[in-house]
Design a protein around this ligand. Structure first.
Ligand code: ZN
Length: 289
């Protein structure tokens, strides 16, 4: 055995060519994960997370995206924290919104950089924004980057999902919540050995949409017909009757979830590209409805 076998190289060498994944570039997505990791641990309210926010905003603007931000104070068990949601808005021709989302904060833990949780899904959403911002579909596509998904002390309804609760509440006040036809959430989607299970609290029709799309594209080895359940940012929208699905890697069995081992060597450009491809094609299906 060579040393390389036990220490996987931190490269995007397994990325499929973008033309095989509807233009989604796994190498670019991998680079977005590496960049987020380079900022170090970035829990909500930390100096490092402001660098991640600046990076996200600079990238999104370079793609020509229209971006809104919402800075808010969140009362947490460790005090009031400044948080920031970032929302890309791509206009459509008819009323109705397809919402995509990820969180970008990392768990508050020493040496936790969160390559997979949530560097991977944030990277996928950046790459989706690059592809979707120049397009105009039947329905608007909004892409949410949530702050404050992670608990500051212990996961509960009040200590977690700060950003998505904030955005869902704002959409309720503005009336936008009624326009959202579907919410597709990604979380922990970049693992070299990722497997995706049907999340049981998600809206069944949207789970079917994602899984049927994945099957058609030949990804049934990753998108398994087994169930699991996860509390995540989709809950904030399910509670307000928005059809929602959480596409989340089987984190309980990945061996590094919420540990300092959630590092760049766990990430596969190929997995990122597959998830990106499934999201792109699922959005096309939603645009055709
Ligand atoms: Zn997490």
């Amino acid at each position: 055995m060579s040393a390389a076998a036990s220490t996987p190289p931190q490269t995007a060498d397994d990325a499929p060519p973008p033309e095989k994944t509807s233009g989604f570039d796994g190498k670019r997505a991998f680079a977005h994960v590496a960049k987020q990791v380079s900022f170090g641990p970035h829990p909500s309210g930390s100096p490092a997370i402001t660098k991640v926010q600046d990076y996200l905003l600079a990238e999104l603007k370079s793609y020509g995206c229209f971006v809104e931000t919402d800075s808010f104070g969140a009362d947490t068990p460790i005090g009031r924290l400044n948080m920031k949601n970032i929302l890309v808005k791509i206009p459509g021709e008819k009323p109705g919104v397809i919402l995509l989302g990820t969180h970008y904060d990392t768990l508050l833990m020493d040496n936790f950089v969160g390559a997979d949780d949530a560097g991977s899904s944030t990277a996928v959403m950046l790459e989706l924004a690059r592809l979707l911002c120049p397009q105009k579909g039947k329905f608007a596509v909004w892409i949410a980057f949530f702050d404050g998904e992670e608990a500051m002390k212990r996961w509960s309804d009040t200590d977690s999902r700060y950003g998505s609760r904030q955005m869902a509440a704002r959409f309720s006040s503005s009336g936008d919540i009624k326009k959202i036809r579907a919410f597709l959430l990604a979380d922990i989607v970049g693992g070299r050995k990722a497997r995706f299970l049907r999340e049981s609290t998600s809206t069944p029709a949207l789970v079917d949409l994602i899984w049927n799309t994945a099957a058609k594209l030949g990804y049934s080895a990753l998108f398994l017909n087994e169930g699991s359940s996860a509390e995540d940012d989709h809950d904030s929208f399910l509670k307000r009757d928005v059809p929602s699905v959480d596409v989340i890697g089987d984190f309980t069995n990945n061996g590094y979830w919420h540990t300092p081992q959630d590092s760049l060597d766990k990430i596969s450009a190929k997995t990122l590209a597959i998830v990106g491809h499934v999201f792109l094609e699922s959005v096309k299906q939603l645009q055709a409805k």
